[in-house]
Write a protein that binds this ligand. Structure first.
Ligand code: AMP
Ligand code: MG
Length: 408
């Protein structure tokens, strides 16, 4: 590949990467209890009405409004008792039904008076407050109509989607199978935590960051460990990884240095599609295929690996998993800092939202934005964007994307 080729902008790189993402075709049916983080492979259509019947929103007394004295008290005989799970009978004229939350409204009743507004005297009840027609009644189908689609395909299941699937009686749901990701780390200086550090060595923090990111996305990760800075070793591990994975992700070794072998190794087994993105942190990002298996090589600097994963690998993986909505939600907010040096690379700075003197929120940034300072990512609540060739003056609006939109 031609090294003088123009750098891609962050937007171009994302677009290119997403255009290469192929959604998995294999699906599986799993218990709804295990669906957290999984992606629906088919829409969920309800065969039931939720709630199935008009029912009481309160513990109290079901009444017919017509049998009450508007504006005054009414004394009614309590003719039946309807706990949740049982069905009453038609309300006789001039009577009330003792009713509990979730119990079906008996035919003839058109309001429920909460028990706090009633006084019981033997088998009669005094209704002290006249209810509105329909008060405290939850209508049949107010949540879900039978036959309606409650969730489309491509939705990632959160706790509330699991509950919704269960509410229409689904013990199992169809989901895409998990993406298998092969992961390895290049660098002769990289050592696993738990081992002693010799001079010149550093710990393999990227393994933990990337494992967390991939597991957060529901991927099945095969960890091929630390690979020495040599072409042969890199080719060897790629040869193992390509047929066992849907995607190969690597850290380090993608720059142009003599000790960077990932690019050459990928090119010897497949092809490399792009490798320089005009962004900070980041810049060297490799993408291609190894014997047809997609490959993404992230830079070794810990913040670069983290940020490029969040910005590029996450949406790519989501798309492969069948997720429709892969763009993170971001917000335009006033900067609480000045940024005076403009450059041709878009900067993604680790930022927080903090209350300002005027009562609104402002974007503040970590003082050290070096791509090796992982503390900045821990301190931050998200990434703020400084666009190419722009400066930012305090109070100017900038884009802020919370980490909650960039992880998982
Ligand atoms: P490279 O992309 O291989 O040139 O590495 C860039 C920087 O990131 C160097 O300072 C490396 O020591 C560091 N680095 C590379 N891989 C890792 C890793 N797995 N964990 C932490 N730092 C790393
Ligand atoms: Mg290296």
């Amino acid at each position: 590949m031609n090294e003088t080729r123009k750098m891609l902008s962050a937007d171009e790189a994302l677009e290119l990467l997403l255009s290469h993402a192929r959604p998995l075709s294999e699906t599986e049916t799993i218990h709804t209890t295990h669906a957290l983080g999984r992606v629906l492979a088919q829409p969920l259509v309800s065969s039931v009405t939720v709630p199935p019947l008009d029912n009481s929103a309160m513990d109290g007394y079901a009444v017919a409004c017509a049998s009450l004295n508007p504006g005054g008290e009414a004394c009614l005989r309590v003719a039946q008792r309807i706990p949740a799970g049982s069905v009453g009978h038609a309300l006789e004229q001039g009577t009330a039904a003792r009713i509990f939350t979730g119990a079906p409204i008996p035919p003839g009743a058109d309001a429920v008076v909460m028990q706090e507004d009633c006084t019981v005297d033997g088998d009669t009840v005094v209704i002290r407050k006249t209810p509105r027609l329909g008060e405290n009644i939850r209508r049949a189908g107010e949540d879900i109509a039978a036959g309606s689609e409650v969730l489309p395909a491509g939705v990632k299941m959160r706790a509330q989607e699991m509950g919704l699937a269960a509410s229409i009686g689904l013990a199992d749901v169809p989901v895409y199978r998990r993406l298998r990701v092969a992961l390895f780390f290049t660098g002769d200086e990289i050592v696993m935590p738990g081992e002693p550090l010799e001079e010149g060595e550093i710990y393999n923090s990227n393994r933990y960051t990337l494992l967390g990111l991939l597991e957060g996305l529901g991927c099945r990760v095969a960890d091929y460990g630390i690979v020495p800075d040599s072409l042969e070793a890199t080719v060897e591990v790629l040869k193992q990884a390509w047929h066992e994975a849907d995607l190969i992700v690597t850290s380090g070794g993608v720059s142009v240095g003599e000790e960077d072998h990932v690019k050459a190794a990928v090119e010897s087994l497949g092809r490399l599609d792009m490798w320089k993105v005009a962004m900070k942190p980041g810049k060297p990002i490799a993408h291609g295929t190894v014997q047809g298996t997609p490959f993404i090589g992230l830079p070794g600097n810990p913040v670069s690996a983290f940020a490029t994963f969040c910005l590029f690998v996450r949406p790519y993986i989501l798309r492969c998993q069948g997720v429709k909505q892969v763009t993170p939600r971001s917000y335009m907010l006033p900067a609480a800092f000045d940024w005076t040096r403009s450059g041709p690379r878009r900067e993604f700075v680790r930022a927080r939202l903090e209350p300002q003197a005027d009562g609104g929120l402002g974007v503040t940034i970590y003082p050290n934005q070096s791509s090796g300072v992982l503390t900045s990512a821990v301190w931050g609540e998200g990434l703020a964007e400084i666009r190419e060739n722009t400066t930012v003056a305090r109070g100017g609006m900038i884009r802020f994307t919370p980490f909650s939109e960039l992880l998982g």
